[in-house]
Design a protein around this ligand. Structure first.
Ligand code: GLA
Length: 389
C-alpha cells in the first residue's frame, strides 16, 4: 500500500520535474547566419534586413541556411515599466515583430539571442527571473530560434536555469529551436538533450587557426574539444562547436575550407558568421558547397570520430546513411605532406567503395590498393565513399 502510494505520488510529480521540449525541430544540424562574429553588438534592423536579402541573393538560403539569428545588441538597456524586453529604439525602430515578418517574408526563420543570467555579455538585460514573460514575447514576435547565453549567471545552476527557459518556451506554445550557449562549462551534453536542440561545447571561436584568448580559441583547439563527445550528438540534440569563421579576416582560404569541412564532419550546426553582403565568390562557394553540406546534414546524424591523430595526417571518419562514409584527411601542421595510405588500414570500411573527392568534384575510382594525394598545410582532402553493390 505504502509502495503504491509512493508510485502515485511520484507519478503526480513527474510532469513538473520532467523537462519539456518541442521535438523534431532540428532533425539535422541547424544552419543559418548569426550577426555576432562580424558585427558584435553593433547591429541594427537595417543590417539584419540586408543580411536577410544577402542570404537569398547569395544562394545560401537555398543551400540550407534558413535561420537568421540576431545576436547580442538588439535590446534597449532597460526593460519597460512592466518588465518587458524592448528593442533599442534607435537601431531597431520598427520593433522585433516587424523585423521577424520581414525575415519570414524572405523564406527564412527568425532567431534571437538573450542570456540565462541577469545581463547579456554586452550588458543588456538578461532573462533571469523573466523567463515566462520573455518566452511569450518571443512567441508573439514570431521567433523560431533562441540562442541563450551564460554571462552574469552568478551562482545559478546551469541545468535548472536552462530547463526553466525551456519550460517557458514550451508553455508559450510556439515551436522554437533552443540553443544552449553555456560554453560547455557543466558538460551540457550530459543533461541538455531533454531541454534543448543544441549546446555549445566550448568558449567562443576566434577568427584564426591556432590563437587563444582568455575565453576564446581558434578552431584548431576547438576541434580537440569535440573528441569524445560523439555519442551525445544525434537528431534534435547536437554538439555545437560554435559558429563559423569561414571567410573572415584571419583565416586563409585553405583554413576556411578545412574549418568548414571539419564542422561538416562533426555534424555541427552551420551558422555562418561572415559579412555575407560582401563575401568573395570563393568564400560563397565554400559556404554553399552542396556536397559538403550533405555530409553535415546527413540524416543519420552521426558526429565524426578521429580515426588517426598522426601529426599532419589526421584522419576523421563519419558514418553516413545508406552505407556511405565521409573521410577527411586533415593536415594540422605547418608544411605540406603527401598522403599515402593503404585502404585496408581504414578498418571501419567493409568491402569495396567508390571514391569521390568532394572539393575537387572528381570521382577517383575504387578503394583498391593505396590512396595517394598531396595535402597542403591546414587544409583537407575530403572524400565520400559509396559502397559498390
Ligand atoms: C558569448 C557567446 C557568443 C556571443 C556573445 C554575445 O560570448 O558565447 O557567441 O553570443 O556572448 O555577447
Amino acid at each position: 500500500m505504502v509502495k503504491q502510494t509512493l508510485v502515485v505520488f511520484l507519478l503526480a510529480l513527474a510532469p513538473a520535474a520532467l523537462a519539456q521540449k518541442f521535438e523534431g525541430l532540428a532533425p539535422t544540424p541547424p544552419m543559418g547566419w548569426n550577426s555576432w562574429n562580424t558585427f558584435q553588438a553593433k547591429i541594427s534592423e537595417k543590417l539584419i534586413r540586408e543580411a536577410a536579402d544577402a542570404l537569398v541573393s547569395s544562394g545560401m538560403r537555398d543551400a540550407g541556411y534558413k535561420y537568421l539569428v540576431i545576436d547580442d545588441g538588439w535590446e534597449a538597456m532597460e526593460r519597460d515599466s512592466q518588465g518587458n524586453l524592448i528593442p533599442d529604439p534607435e537601431r531597431f525602430p520598427s520593433g522585433m515583430k516587424a523585423l521577424g515578418d520581414y525575415i519570414h517574408s524572405k523564406g527564412l526563420k527568425f532567431g534571437i539571442h538573450n542570456c540565462a543570467g541577469t545581463k547579456t555579455c554586452s550588458g543588456y538585460p538578461g532573462g533571469r527571473g523573466h523567463e515566462f514573460q520573455d518566452a511569450r514575447a518571443y512567441a508573439s514576435w514570431g521567433v523560431d530560434y533562441l540562442k541563450y547565453d551564460w554571462c552574469s549567471h552568478g551562482t545559478a545552476d546551469a541545468h535548472e536555469t536552462y530547463k526553466t527557459m525551456g519550460d517557458a518556451l514550451y508553455s508559450a506554445k510556439r515551436p522554437i529551436v533552443y540553443s544552449l550557449c553555456e560554453w560547455g562549462d557543466t558538460k551540457p551534453w550530459t543533461w541538455g538533450r531533454d531541454i534543448g536542440h543544441l549546446w555549445r561545447t566550448t568558449g567562443d571561436i576566434m577568427a584564426c587557426y591556432d590563437c587563444q584568448g582568455a575565453y576564446s580559441l581558434g578552431w584548431k583547439f576547438i576541434i580537440e574539444k569535440q573528441v569524445g563527445l560523439e555519442e551525445f550528438a544525434g537528431p534534435n540534440r547536437w554538439n555545437d562547436p560554435d559558429m563559423l569563421e569561414v571567410g573572415n579576416p584571419g583565416l586563409t582560404l585553405a583554413e576556411s575550407r578545412a574549418h568548414f569541412s571539419l564542422w561538416a564532419m562533426l555534424a555541427a550546426p552551420l551558422m555562418a558568421g561572415n559579412d555575407i553582403r560582401k563575401m568573395s565568390d570563393e568564400v560563397r562557394q565554400i559556404l554553399t558547397d552542396r556536397e559538403v553540406i550533405a555530409i553535415d546534414q546527413d540524416p543519420l546524424g552521426k558526429q565524426a570520430t578521429r580515426f588517426m591523430n598522426h601529426p599532419g595526417k589526421q584522419i576523421w571518419q563519419k558514418e553516413l546513411s545508406k552505407g556511405d562514409w565521409a573521410v577527411c584527411f586533415f593536415n594540422d601542421g605547418d608544411s605540406a605532406v603527401q598522403l599515402q595510405i593503404d585502404w585496408k588500414h581504414l578498418t571501419f570500411l567493409k568491402g569495396q567503395y567508390r571514391v569521390r573527392d568532394v572539393w575537387q568534384k572528381k570521382d577517383l575510382g575504387q578503394t583498391t590498393g593505396e590512396f595517394r594525394a598531396p595535402l597542403a598545410s591546414r587544409d583537407v582532402v575530403l572524400l565520400r565513399l559509396t559502397p559498390v553493390r
